[in-house]
Design a binder for this molecule. Structure first.
Ligand code: ADP
Length: 448
């Protein structure tokens, strides 16, 4: 209603003036006045219409018209409408830009297909996973670009609950999980995710279960066989049954060692098993390891110790002890009688390291990168004969990684090997002042 007040007021004033004129000067004067007013209103209307059309033609460049009265109201409302439209357009553009940025940043490949499976849009990850180029391939039929039989079958099936696991068409190292998601009118979103790591972990898990079952099968079969024989044979000579019991004990111990090592590994791997941060007196530990080596060797090897650093470590005493102990036990087990084993704790070129050098059988170069894999053995029967589980170096690697350290393996077949655990500077600490200081001989051979 607000709109009408002003024009009605103007009309009433004009009519009033015309009436006064009519009364004062006669009908002709009043009529002349009305014609004049009408001409003025028409001219003004034409002028405002012209300004309005000029502005509407190019609203972004031409200034909006400015006027008083009813036209002013109309212009003001149009300008308000235009501002609102501009704001929603810019909101829309921002949302679209944000969506594009997000889609570009998504690590998965995303491809929009129209109803006839032509590519409408794809993000940059589509190039590295599927070999698609958004600019080049826009409008192309996806079937012509990705012709693998299993992919075409997957498209034909149009089963949106299914995922296709396949190798990337441009990089055989990548395993992808591909999914189709329908949306809009007949459109589809094709999403391809890199699951190479998941697949690898899954394959490792399968291998691991197969390996553990395989490792347990032999001792269990042996023990089971002996138990059966003992149960079925009433009058077995005592010497024979003694031999059976010894063998059963042997195999039971083997299973025990395997389970112990598996438990250690699983504890090392469990996420909530945090690393303790205690000072570890490594020189003292190396001396203890020497005694351990001698007792394992039972006089079959010469064991030497070379401690040239008095530094300690920060970490888990128990884990470090178990890792270094594994290296020492391997040296004893894989060095023939009469060989020499040297344990060393030293600093060189800014590194602090524990090493075990042996004069054993050595390892061919092609095996070295795989030695820390679970159950990897160069010589299966030798490992078993000497009580190995195939998990020792996997444990060593885990412990060292947890401490930011790494394992270095140098070996020459027929001459021997050196296994070194190299610790980073931030794990190394000076021996506490109140610690018991024991003189470190530069080269201590034989003596405890
Ligand atoms: P295992 O229980 O079989 O000894 P490890 O994980 O400790 O398992 O070692 C893996 C393999 O590495 C062993 O089976 C052996 O073939 C090889 N190996 C480890 N240490 C030595 C060494 N000092 N000399 C020669 N070969 C070694």
């Amino acid at each position: 209603m607000g709109f009408w007040w002003r024009p009605l007021g103007v009309l009433a004033s004009v009519m009033l003036v015309a009436l006064i004129l009519w009364a004062a000067s006669g009908g002709v004067a009043a009529l002349g006045f009305l014609v004049g007013i009408q001409a003025f209103v028409m001219a003004r209307r034409l002028w405002q219409e012209y300004r309005l059309s000029r502005w509407l033609e190019n609203p972004d460049e031409v200034d909006p018209p400015d006027a008083a009265g009813t036209w002013g109201d109309i212009f003001y409302r149009l300008q308000k409408l235009q501002r609102r439209q501009r704001a929603s357009r810019s909101e829309l553009t921002t949302a679209l830009e944000q969506f594009e940025h997000a889609a570009q940043a998504v690590p998965d490949a995303m491809v929009i297909l129209n109803g006839t499976e032509q590519i409408e849009w794809c993000n940059p990850a589509s190039r590295s996973y599927l070999g698609l180029d958004c600019e080049r391939d826009q409008g192309q039929f996806v079937r012509y670009l990705m012709r693998q039989a299993h992919f075409l079958e997957f498209l034909d099936a149009a089963d949106y609950s299914r995922r296709l696991v396949c190798k990337s068409p441009i990089n055989r190292e990548l395993t992808l999980s591909v999914q189709l998601v329908p949306f809009g009118e007949g459109k589809k979103l094709l999403v391809a995710r890199d699951i190479t790591d998941l697949e690898r972990v899954d394959a490792m898990r399968r291998d691991f279960i197969a390996n553990v079952s395989h490792e347990l099968r032999t001792p269990l079969t042996v023990v089971g066989g002996f138990v059966e024989t003992l149960a079925e044979t009433a009058d077995l000579p005592p010497a024979e049954s003694r031999r059976y019991f010894d063998l059963m004990l042997d195999h039971t111990r083997r299973m025990q060692r395997l389970l112990d090592d598996l438990l250690i590994l699983s504890r090392l791997e469990s996420a909530d098993h945090s690393l303790s941060d205690e000072p570890v007196n490594v020189p003292e530990m190396v001396r203890a390891l020497k005694s351990e080596a001698e007792s394992l060797s039972r006089g079959r090897h010469r064991v030497a110790v070379r401690i040239s650093s008095g530094m300690w470590l920060r970490g888990s005493q128990q884990e470090i002890r178990s890792a270094l102990g594994n290296l020492v036990s391997n040296a004893v087990r894989y060095t023939p009688e009469g060989g020499e084993i040297t344990l060393a704790w030293y600093e060189r070129d800014g590194e602090t390291a524990f090493s075990v050098k042996d004069t054993g059988e050595g390892i061919a170069a092609e095996h070295i990168p795989r030695l820390t894999e679970r159950f990897y053995r160069v010589d299966r029967s030798r490992s078993r004969e000497t009580g190995g589980t195939g998990l020792g170096l996997a444990i060593v690697k885990h412990v060292l990684t947890r401490h930011g350290a790494h394992l270095d393996i140098q070996s020459t077949p027929g001459r021997g090997s050196t296994f070194s655990a190299i610790f980073p500077a931030q794990r190394v600490l000076a021996a506490p002042e109140n610690a018991q200081v024991i003189p470190f001989p530069a080269l201590d051979q034989g003596a405890a």
